[in-house]
Design a protein around this ligand. Structure first.
Ligand code: MTE
Ligand code: HPA
Ligand code: MOS
Length: 762
């Protein structure tokens, strides 16, 4: 099966590429609006922490077009939108826990009226002191979840005995998803208590569950559909659910269709972001740079509710050693409770935060020993002469770690450029260039084993056309084309024969979110199973028709052959489909897949949580103006292991996009709260996203001849999140250029300028 692929593996363009360009791709807000549509808008708290004493609705009610104003008191089911735990409120009740928290919702005949009325609602809030920083929450031990502890060996003794020791402390920032299409949902009540919800969500099933919980309905009353999102990046994994539940509440209350489209400001104020982290660690090492022991604290700002912070911390903690092996380890992970918006999934899901830890340490060790960071990192790579086991008990592939790095080193002409840069820096009066590198091992699978499952539904029609549906959602990442390629491969037909259809809880139920980069791994196998079931029935029908053994039936280029030498009978795929229907053979099948061999003991922090690892390596070059702190990323050489890529064109796009998104997180994107805990970066004028001119020259290389070693679909590997972390090389390059080891993230020009002032090395 694996050797002769024809359609899987082709660099086909994204199925909607042209439509994205022409504007013909329909996003939720482009759908025809149902008759009687109402619009909803949210009233948000302007206070970070306090008791909600009263709501003055008089001014809001006076605005023409207002149909209803709803609060927690109007919720017929439970005021609970928690994705994993309990007691996370859709609308604040007595306590307000962050500025931007929804307090009430206005439903009106026009969106403008709803927005105006929402802004006119005057909540009376008795202020309490907000806890706004990780440090403040740590001091009071305000945690959202029990601390996590990953421990192996005897770190205290090994630290004490180490020839060298050092302490490090630094911070990484949050990140706003800034999907092009903001959060939006359209809820349409039907007969009886039925409800259809169109939602821009990565997780239609969770929208169904949370809307049902809020409304007190059975799941079978609610159908959730999404054709595509205009970007999600983790921001529509749990946050889309409460937006949709709010629209559903309004629709049920008014018995009319309701659309809730958050304004950009409301979206940024009310929805979660990447978790900012604080890192403190002690590390012990020998004269050669071998790391002997690590004792680290990773503290995340989780915001006011747990949301997905448990999973994010699990990934951060399990990725703290990244591609390296250390024998004696203690990593503590705490999710701090603060009065900020509840932080959530963001591309990498704690992995990007986790892998920063050792990079910070590697540069400090390199400086202490006067060797290069690359020497220190390679010396500690898992595998080779070092053990390959992670502290939680899984094994890394040391050969792939070394291969991606060797390829990045070669492609980037690393040693020559490093020498050139030293010469340049020694002679230029104020510009400093820097070269940084990074190597990644990222675990692929949801950290929670039960989420690693998927379903699909395939129909073949009488004319031989195929309709494909699966539980995965399309957010621009190219999932639909990849899964269509898998199905085209199974039937040996052209890709054009396959129609992709919107994700719907009515077609494939009980799904997991499209997240953790597992979309094509999970749905690819599920669709393969569904298509194979239909194909088998078609083959049996052809075999009976020709009176030959079913094993001899061949599908090739849209035709079916008996497969014996000299037998030149054949059926067109459509003829065989027609024959099957005539013979009363079902041409429809569901497919199901669950990732094998996963287990995780969360209390012991031991197990086999990831099906496999994705490897990558990067080299980045920067130039810094030491007078102003301004800098440019000049070039990035990236190597990413995509296994045997299902679609190298899509994968390249994912690598480019992820790298630039990582670059934004680490350099220019800065969330800024005022002293009262109000986020003041509520739009692109104050929140600096990377623009086209911030993108460096990128040389992207998919690791050659590297089929996955576990049975993934056609031996491909996930690509959605891992390359985001390759941007870590830019942080290292900036440290090299500025000559400092202390550079908190995001490394904005201000921080870079401050770093230049503290330069200690070159
Ligand atoms: N690519 C685009 N264009 N838009 C997105 O929203 N989300 C990323 C990644 N790539 C995203 C994207 C995230 S966070 C994940 S987990 C994966 O896509 C999810 O899709 P996959 O599992 O099919 O790769
Ligand atoms: N990644 C992304 N989303 C998730 C995960 C994960 O590992 N676990 C639960 N939701
Ligand atoms: Mo991606 S953060 O797993 O949605």
């Amino acid at each position: 099966m694996d050797t002769h692929l024809r359609i899987a593996g082709l660099p086909l363009p994204h199925d909607s590429a042209l439509k994205h360009g022409t504007g013909d791709a329909k996003f939720l807000d482009d759908l025809p609006e149902p008759a009687g549509l109402l619009h909803a808008a949210l009233a948000l708290s302007g206070v970070a922490h306090g008791h909600l004493r009263a709501l003055d609705l008089a001014a809001a009610r006076a605005i023409p077009g207002i149909v209803a104003i709803l609060t927690a008191a109007d919720i017929p089911g439970r005021n609970d939108i928690a994705p994993t735990f309990h007691d996370e409120k859709l609308f604040a009740e007595d306590l307000v826990e962050h500025a931007g928290q929804p307090i009430a919702m206005v439903v009106a005949t026009t969106r403008e009226a709803a927005l105006r009325a929402a802004a006119a609602i005057r909540p009376e809030i008795e202020k309490l002191t907000p806890i706004l920083t990780i440090e403040a929450a740590l001091a009071e031990e305000r945690f959202l979840l029990p601390p996590m502890l990953l421990q192996t060996g005897d770190p205290a003794a090994a630290l004490a005995a180490a020839p060298h020791r050092l302490h490090g402390e630094f911070r990484s920032g949050g990140q706003e998803h800034f999907y092009l299409e903001g959060q939006i949902a359209l809820a349409i009540p039907g007969e009886d208590r039925d409800l259809v919800i169109h939602s821009s969500t990565q997780h239609p099933t969770e929208v169904q569950h949370i809307a049902a919980r809020v409304l007190g309905l059975d799941h079978n009353r609610i159908t959730v559909a999404v054709r595509r999102m205009g970007g999600a990046f983790g921001g529509k994994e749990s946050n889309a659910s409460w937006v949709a539940a709010a629209a559903a509440l309004a629709a049920c209350h008014t018995r009319r269709p309701v659309k809730l489209r958050l304004s950009r400001r409301a979206d940024i104020a009310a929805t979660g972001k990447r978790h900012p982290f604080l890192y403190r660690y002690d590390i012990g090492f020998d004269d050669q740079g071998r790391i002997l022991a690590l004792d680290a604290l990773l503290a995340a700002n989780g915001g006011h509710t747990p949301d997905l912070s448990g999973g994010v911390m699990m990934r951060a903690v399990t990725h703290a050693l990244n591609a390296c092996h250390v024998e004696h380890v203690r990593v503590r992970g705490v999710a701090c409770k603060t009065n900020t918006v509840s932080n959530t999934a963001f591309r990498g899901f704690g992995g990007p935060q986790g892998v920063l830890l050792l990079e910070d340490a590697i540069l400090r060790i390199a400086h202490a020993l006067d060797i290069t960071p690359e020497r220190v990192r390679s010396r500690n790579f898992a595998g080779g002469k070092n053990p390959a086991e992670t502290p939680y008990g899984q094994t890394l592939e040391g050969d792939l770690i070394r291969r991606v790095w060797a390829e990045a080193e070669r492609n980037s002409d690393f040693h020559r450029r490093r020498a050139d840069i030293e010469t340049f820096n020694a002679t230029h009066p104020y510009l400093r260039r820097g070269l940084g590198s990074f190597v990644l091992a990222f675990g692929v699978s949801f950290g929670l084993p039960h989420l690693n499952q998927a379903g699909a539904l395939v129909h073949v029609y009488a004319d031989g056309s195929i309709r494909l549906n699966h539980g995965g959602t399309e957010m621009g990442q190219g999932l639909f084309i990849k899964i269509a390629q898998v199905v085209a491969e199974v039937f040996a037909v052209d890709i054009d024969r396959i129609a992709m259809s919107a994700t719907s809880t009515g077609e494939v139920p009980n799904t997991s979110p499209t997240a953790a980069s597992t979309g094509s791994d999970l749905n690819g196998w599920a669709a393969h199973a569904a298509a194979s079931a239909v194909r088998t029935r078609m083959a049996d029908t052809a075999a009976a028709h020709w009176d030959v053994p079913p094993e001899t039936i061949r599908f090739d280029s849209g035709q079916i052959f008996p497969g014996r030498d000299g037998d030149n009978r054949r059926l067109d795929f459509a003829e065989l489909a027609h024959l099957c229907i005539h013979q009363r053979v079902s041409l429809s099948a569901t497919g199901y897949y669950k990732t094998p061999d996963l287990h995780w003991d969360g209390a012991a922090m031991r197990g086999h949580p990831f099906f496999y690892f994705s490897y990558g390596a990067a080299v980045a070059e920067v130039a810094v103006d030491t007078h102003t702190g301004e800098y440019r990323v000049l070039r990035a050489d990236l190597v990413q292991d995509c296994g045997r890529s299902l679609n190298p064109a899509i994968d390249r796009g994912q690598i480019e996009g992820a790298f630039v998104q990582g670059l934004g997180w680490l350099t220019c994107e800065e969330l800024w709260w005022d002293v009262e805990g109000r986020l003041r970066t509520l739009g692109p004028s104050t929140y600096k996203l990377p623009g086209s001119r911030d993108i460096p020259i990128m040389n992207i290389d998919l690791l050659d001849a590297a089929p996955a070693r576990v049975p993934t679909i056609f031996r491909s590997k996930a690509v959605g999140e891992p390359p985001l972390m390759l941007a870590t090389a830019v942080w290292n390059a900036l440290k090299h250029a500025t000559g400092t080891l202390d550079l908190d993230l995001p490394a904005t020009p201000e921080r870079v300028l401050a770093a230049c002032a503290k330069r200690i090395v070159l």
